[in-house]
Write a protein that binds this ligand. Sequence first.
Ligand code: GUN
Length: 315
Amino acid sequence: MTARIINGTAIRDEIYAELEHEVSELASAGIRPGLAAVLVGDDPASKIYVRSKIAACEQLGLRSEHITPAANTTTSELLALVNDLNSRDDVDGILVQLPLPVQIETRKILEAVDPAKDVDGFHPMNMGELVEGRPRLVACTPLGVMEILRRSGISVAGVDAVVVGRSNIVGKPMALLLMHGDATVTVCHSKTRNMRKFTSQADIVIAASGRPGLITPEDIKPGATVIDVGTTRLSDSRLAAELFKHSPQRLEKFKEKGFALVGDVHPDVAQVAGALTPVPGGVGPLTIAMLMSNTVKAARLRRGLRTQEKAASRR
Ligand code: GUN
């Protein structure tokens, strides 16, 4: 059996088409949602991510602002910047790209963002609303995974789901979203004694450990859905040779470039799984789509307008 490979880019395009429609409706009401993206310092990966987020705003007709404080910015300087963005009426969403330089107290910054503008869903208030089962603004990557499942016709209610990874950004909110979708959820992590015992029984496995190739075919029940959230820039040629042993083209490309973007899931899992998201081109495109969706949602919520989900649930 070979898994159905889920096309994240096509799902993103579907969401963009819906958002374009919503943005033009808001425009007729004189509303143009705005996102402020703050990138402190010059981490190369963060620069690429933030640039893609700004480009997505431009594509959808959202207002965007790219703020780039120097790498030696202090916590209090960054707090002042966040407070200024909190007070501005033309800013609906605030995103502070992580990781922040070491001298900055990340927790203080995330707690300073107005929860109503917290399009990353990292504020403890938004995390708390999610825990209670009335999510408002939720972290983009786990939201994107839920959209992939929903739009691929993979139901969650009643299934056994395993989340591998327990980060605040992905693992924890992911487990909560699945639980609220009526899945039976197990969370595995680096201290789990026998991960395979859990993953090999699961109908859905969400891999978010950041460890390339961690999930192998033996870990997966035949026919299960496997969602790969990991994105690692791999430069270890031995591991690349192992991961790409059945993909000569990818191995060639790795040798040419000296690196490859890989997920947590070994490519051979495609021989066992029922459905699988690739890296790249799986969950990645959805993360930015959900950031756009959260920005539009924040713009509506701040103005007391009904959100699209509310409207849909009344139909
Ligand atoms: N760094 C890695 N992922 C994310 C994310 O989703 N949001 C922000 N702000 N920074 C990140």
